[in-house]
Design a binder for this molecule. Structure first.
Ligand code: ZN
Length: 109
């Protein structure tokens, strides 16, 4: 086993692998197993991203709510707080929808 560099990302990889572990570049013959592994990895990355977006959305809503609270729950609600809550809520809904769609896709090979 020797070390070589990936032609795509130039990172050091083993010459035994068919797919670069850093960037998923295909280096040799692509077998069914490799293809399945690449799909699985991409799927996992998207789920990870969607989950982070969900947390980001929740955080924005909480920050917006704290802002409103610091303003004394007054009406009119500070515009910045409205913006944060709306953006966070929208981001949350979109990322939940994305997660749901990703899970549906996984159950269908
Ligand atoms: Zn690479």
């Amino acid at each position: 086993m020797a070390i070589t560099t990936c032609p795509d990302c130039k990172k050091r990889i083993s010459d035994q692998v068919n797919v670069c572990p850093h960037c998923d570049a295909v280096l040799g013959e692509l077998t069914e197993e490799n293809l399945a592994r690449i799909r699985q990895r991409r799927w996992s990355k998207r789920v990870y991203l969607a989950k982070n977006l969900t947390y980001l959305g929740m955080t924005l809503v909480i920050v917006g709510a704290i802002w409103w609270w610091m303003a004394g729950w007054r009406s009119p609600v500070p515009q910045g707080a409205v913006f944060l809550i709306a953006l966070g809520f929208l981001g949350y809904l979109v990322s939940r929808g994305w997660l749901f769609w990703l899970r549906l896709k996984r159950n269908r090979p």
